[in-house]
Write a protein that binds this ligand. Structure first.
Ligand code: NAD
Ligand code: WQD
Length: 339
C-alpha cells in the first residue's frame, strides 16, 4: 500500500484528490489545520468512499507535529495543498502569506528530508506565468515576478523545490501548475466553499444562482479579446484531482524535477462562462459590466500536451460538466458546509 500524506487535504482541491487517490488504490492521510476547511468535509469524504480516511489535525509549520506524523506512519510521498490562496488578502497581509506558504513548505520539506521521504507534489499555479507574452502557455514559458504576494509565494516555492532537488538529486519533485479549477464531485457532497464573498468567478456565479448574491459584476468588457472579457482555462476539479493520481503513478520514486501544466488547453471568456452557467440553471444569470479588476491578466490558457505525452493525462470533463456540477453542489449546500 502506498501511503500519501495530503496536506491541505480537507480543502477544495485536496478533498477531491483524496477521493481519487483512494479510487486509484492509494492510502491518503489528510493533514490540515482547518484554517479554511470545515470538519463536515471529512464525513462527506467518508460517505462518498464508504470507508474512513485517516485525518490528523495539524499545521505544516509545526515541525514537532510533523516529526511525530512521519515517525508514526510510513509515508511514501506528500502532496502539499496546504496554503493561503486569496490574492487580495495576500496584498493586505503579505507576511502571513510568506509564512504560511513559503515557510510552511520549507518546514514540511525539512521533515521529509529528516524522515527520508523523497516524493513531493506541489500545488503550483498558472499565476507563476504572470501576464503571458503569448498563449498557450507551455512549461517553458518564462516565469514572471508575480503581481501579488500570493503569486510570488508560488514562484518562490517552485525555486525552493528545484534547488532542493539539485542538492538531493534522489528527490522526485513534481510541480503542478493549475489553471482555473472549478466544478465539484458528481455527488454534490463536496465542493468549493469560500469564506465570505467569493473572489473567484465560479463560486460567485453559484452564489448568485442560489440567491446569496444579487448579480455578477463582470470585471471589464474592453479587453482585446473576442467579446472584451478576459479568457481563462477553467478545469474541472475532478480532472485536476486525476492529474495528481497520474503524476504519482509516473513520478513516484523517479528522481528529478517534473513540471506540468494542468489545464484543458481551451480558453473561455467570462461571457462564455455566464452563458454556460445560464444554460445549467435554465435562465439568464443576472450580470452587469463593471470596471476592470486590478492585476487581471487578459488571456491565460495552457498547452497541456506535456502532461498528455508524459503522464497520459488529459482533462475530459466539458464546460457543461463544470457548470452543472458547480451548481449542483451549491444547490445542495446553499450555505456551503455547515458545521
Ligand atoms: P483551500 O483553501 O480550499 O485548501 C487549502 C487547505 O489547506 C485548507 O483546507 C486549509 O485549511 C489548509 N491549510 C492552510 N494553511 C495550512 C497550514 N499552514 N497547515 C495545514 N493546513 C493548512 O484551497 P484550494 O483551492 O483547495 O487550493 C489548494 C492549493 O492549490 C493551494 O496551495 C492553492 O494555492 C493552490 N491553487 C489553487 C487554485 C484555485 O484556484 N483554487 C489555483 C492554483 C493553485
Ligand atoms: C476569472 C475571471 C475575472 C470574479 C485567480 C488567481 C490565481 C488562481 C485562480 C490560485 C477574471 C473575472 C471574477 C467576478 C469577474 N488561484 N471575474 N467577476 O483571476 O484567473 O485567478 O484564481 O492560484 O492565482 O489569481 O480567477 O476566478 O478570480 O477570475 O468578472 O466577480 O473572471 O476578472 O477575468 P483568476 P478568477
Amino acid at each position: 500500500m502506498t501511503t500519501i500524506l495530503v496536506t491541505g487535504g480537507a480543502g477544495y482541491i485536496g478533498s477531491h484528490t483524496v477521493i481519487e487517490l483512494v479510487n486509484a488504490g492509494y492510502e491518503p492521510i489528510i493533514y490540515d489545520n482547518f484554517y479554511n476547511a470545515k470538519k463536515t468535509v471529512l464525513k462527506r469524504i467518508n460517505t462518498i468512499l464508504g470507508r474512513e480516511v485517516k485525518c490528523i489535525e495539524g499545521d505544516i509549520r509545526d515541525a514537532q507535529k510533523l516529526d511525530l506524523v512521519f515517525s508514526q506512519n510510513k509515508i511514501d510521498g506528500v502532496i502539499n495543498f496546504a496554503g493561503l490562496k486569496a490574492v487580495g488578502e495576500s496584498v493586505k497581509m503579505p507576511l502571513e502569506y510568506y509564512d504560511n506558504n513559503v515557510n510552511g513548505a520549507r518546514v514540511l520539506l525539512s521533515a521529509m528530508l529528516k524522515h527520508n521521504c523523497k516524493n513531493f507534489i506541489f500545488s503550483s499555479s498558472a499565476t507563476v506565468y504572470g501576464e503571458p507574452d503569448s498563449v498557450p502557455l507551455t512549461e517553458n514559458s518564462p516565469l514572471k515576478r508575480a503581481n501579488c504576494p500570493y503569486g510570488q509565494t508560488k514562484v518562490d516555492i517552485e525555486y525552493m523545490c528545484q534547488e532542493l532537488q539539485v542538492a538531493h538529486n534522489d528527490f522526485s519533485m513534481v510541480l503542478l501548475r493549475y489553471f482555473n479549477p472549478v466544478g465539484a464531485h458528481k455527488s454534490g457532497l463536496i465542493g468549493e466553499d469560500p469564506k465570505g464573498v467569493p473572489n473567484n468567478l465560479m463560486p460567485y456565479l453559484t452564489q448568485v444562482a442560489v440567491g446569496r448574491l444579487k448579480e455578477l459584476s463582470i470585471f471589464g468588457n474592453d479587453y482585446p479579446t473576442k467579446d472584451g472579457t478576459c479568457i481563462r482555462d477553467y478545469i474541472h476539479v475532478v480532472d485536476l484531482a486525476l492529474g495528481h493520481v497520474a503524476a504519482l503513478k509516473h513520478c513516484l520514486n523517479k528522481p528529478g524535477c517534473h513540471i506540468y501544466n494542468l489545464g484543458t488547453g481551451t480558453g473561455y471568456s467570462v461571457l462564455d462562462m455566464v452563458k454556460a452557467f445560464s444554460k445549467a440553471i435554465g435562465y439568464e444569470l443576472p450580470h452587469k459590466f463593471a470596471p476592470r479588476r486590478a492585476g487581471d491578466v487578459v488571456e491565460c490558457y495552457a498547452d497541456p500536451s506535456k502532461a498528455k505525452n508524459e503522464l497520459g493525462w488529459v482533462a475530459t470533463r466539458t464546460l457543461d460538466d463544470m457548470t452543472f456540477d458547480s451548481y449542483n453542489w451549491q444547490k445542495n449546500n446553499p450555505n456551503g458546509y455547515e458545521d
